[in-house]
Write a protein that binds this ligand. Structure first.
Ligand code: TAP
Length: 476
């Protein structure tokens, strides 16, 4: 597994400061009523920096700055001028792409190949895409004069730190809102670098405010009276608490929550191509993906060849240093997440499923988990029902397309699904019946800023991306 290790991408391309304040009203300021928290590199457990933990007063200061910027500058600004700022931000993201990718891999643990080739290009693409909408809102199909909502409070998770920021900030700003965003406690650094990019782009002070901190900071933000809109991505449990907190207020709410997607392989699918899609579906980003294909449904007649080929492919996956360009699976983002993955995997074995991982040496320091599959899984098993949010795949079988649909839909979630088959008619038949916000056919984990993304059932409501993503930030 570790035959050859070329020089890792140098971390010297990024300048990490020992300590960061909060980004409020266009400048970095010390927290008034909060303390400091450390953020670590999950691949080494080395402390990367300390960041401010915003208290309720700090959040209040950020919301006031956002309100003033909304009323005096950003709200009244013509769309074509807002677009100029968004294009400028998009270009700076491209120019500083290498720095952003290295910082993302250091703070999150994801392989540099993914942060460099997937995350950062998509971040820039979101800003370019929504910049294009800023002066065309009257033509977006929401009536002749859609209005911004005001100040948006946005809370994001740690799995795609900068990409989730882009999904939230780009449409909000294009529609004329100002924002206060809280990144996840374990991955604040690229949001703070983004704050520097806002300064570099001369974005008017207060349009974007970044308040770092833990859950309590998020809670203070979503329950603040001065915000008009809450956008949250994270767990279903916290999403429920937020829905309760905003119920009966004037705040509009969108929720992007968990998932337990079925990746469905029919017997006519090209096996090698399907296996690549299975691997990408569950091992991309260590499986820390809300729409990960974490339940593999294989048609019984091809179960043996698919499993054999999948195991062969898994044996070639390289787990290790996220900054090494040959790494396929990086570090698990935190000790807490590693613990959750371990616990659910042990429950999988205890409930009778058969566990398999390729031979795999894991580094001693840091948080690691070998790519793992469970076979002999039934729908009653917890590993088939609960989101593991790690590199762990549960394998089930089916006989008929109707049974595949029934099993795929047998989950409280409904974010995504994948279908592998040569038959176009079957793809359409399945897509009509799968209760999932996104259905991929003969591919998986494909994202594009022009496509709306979001869930059914307990995966949340509202859409991000595409024209639909604007609606969440407009009074239509
Ligand atoms: P959460 O624990 O829900 O955290 C998400 C964010 O909310 C973090 O910034 C967190 O702060 C903050 N937060 C925690 N408690 C809060 C509260 N009471 N009020 C307001 N904010 C609060 O989720 P996570 O562990 O970061 O992410 C994993 C989950 O997110 C998975 O279930 C995954 O499926 C889901 N997810 C969904 C999507 C989409 S698009 N549907 C995308 C990514 C992830 P701290 O980080 O400081 O705790």
């Amino acid at each position: 597994m570790f035959e050859y290790a070329p020089a890792p991408e140098s971390r010297s391309v990024v300048d990490i400061k020992p300590s960061y304040g909060l980004f409020i009203n266009g400048e970095f300021v010390d927290p008034g009523d909060g303390g400091m928290i450390k953020t670590v590199n999950p691949a080494s457990e080395e402390v990367l920096a300390e960041v401010a933990e915003a208290g309720a007063q700090d959040v209040d200061r950020a919301v006031r700055a956002a309100r003033q910027a909304y009323e005096q500058v950003w709200g009244p600004m013509p769309g074509r001028d807002r677009a100029k700022y968004l294009y400028r931000i998009a270009r700076i993201i491209q120019e500083r792409g290498r720095e952003l990718a290295v910082l993302e891999s250091l703070d999150n643990g994801k392989p540099i190949r993914e942060s460099r080739d997937v995350d950062i290009p998509l971040v820039a693409a979101h800003f370019f895409y929504y910049a294009g909408w800023a002066d065309k809102l009257p033509y977006a199909g929401f009536g002749p004069n859609p209005q911004p909502l005001g100040v948006a409070g946005q809370v994001i998770p740690w799995n795609f730190p900068l990409l989730m920021l882009a999904w939230k900030i780009a449409p909000a700003l294009a529609a004329g809102n100002t924002v206060v965003l809280k990144p996840a406690e374990t991955t604040p650094l690229t949001a703070l670098l983004f704050a520097e990019i806002c300064q570099q782009a001369d974005l008017p002070p207060g349009v974007v405010n970044i308040v770092t901190g833990a859950g309590a900071t998020g809670q203070a933000l979503v329950s603040h009276d001065g915000i008009d809109k809450v956008a949250f991505t994270g767990s279903t449990e916290v999403g429920r608490a937020i829905a309760r907190a905003v119920a009966g207020t004037r705040k509009k709410l969108t929720l992007e929550l968990g998932g337990k997607a079925a990746n469905i392989v029919f017997d006519d699918a090209p096996i090698d191509q399907a296996v690549e899609g299975i691997v990408n579906g569950i091992f991309f980003n260590q499986g820390h993906v809300c729409c990960a294909g974490s339940r593999l449904l294989v048609q019984e007649s091809v179960y043996e060849p698919v499993l054999e080929s999948l195991k062969r492919r898994m044996a070639r996956l390289r787990v290790g240093d996220p900054l090494d360009k040959n790494t396929d699976i990086g570090a698990i983002n935190s000790a807490a997440q590693l613990d959750r993955i371990r616990t659910l995997s042990e429950i999988g074995s205890a409930e009778g499923a058969e566990r398999w991982s390729p031979p795999c040496e894991l580094p001693e320091q840091g948080f690691w988990f070998a790519p793992t599959i469970f076979t002999g899984v039934t729908q009653a098993h917890r590993i088939a029902r609960e989101e593991i949010f790690g590199p762990v795949l549960s394998v089930l079988t089916f006989r008929t397309p109707a049974e595949a649909v029934e099993k795929a839909n047998n989950t409280p979630y409904g974010l995504s699904a994948g279908i592998w088959t040569e038959k176009g008619s079957r793809i359409l038949w399945m897509a009509d019946r799968l209760r999932a916000g996104v259905v991929w056919a003969n591919t998986f984990n494909k994202f594009d800023p022009t496509s709306p993304f979001g869930g059914y059932k307990e995966s949340g409501y509202g859409r991000e991306g595409g024209r639909h993503g604007l609606e969440a930030y407009l009074d239509v």
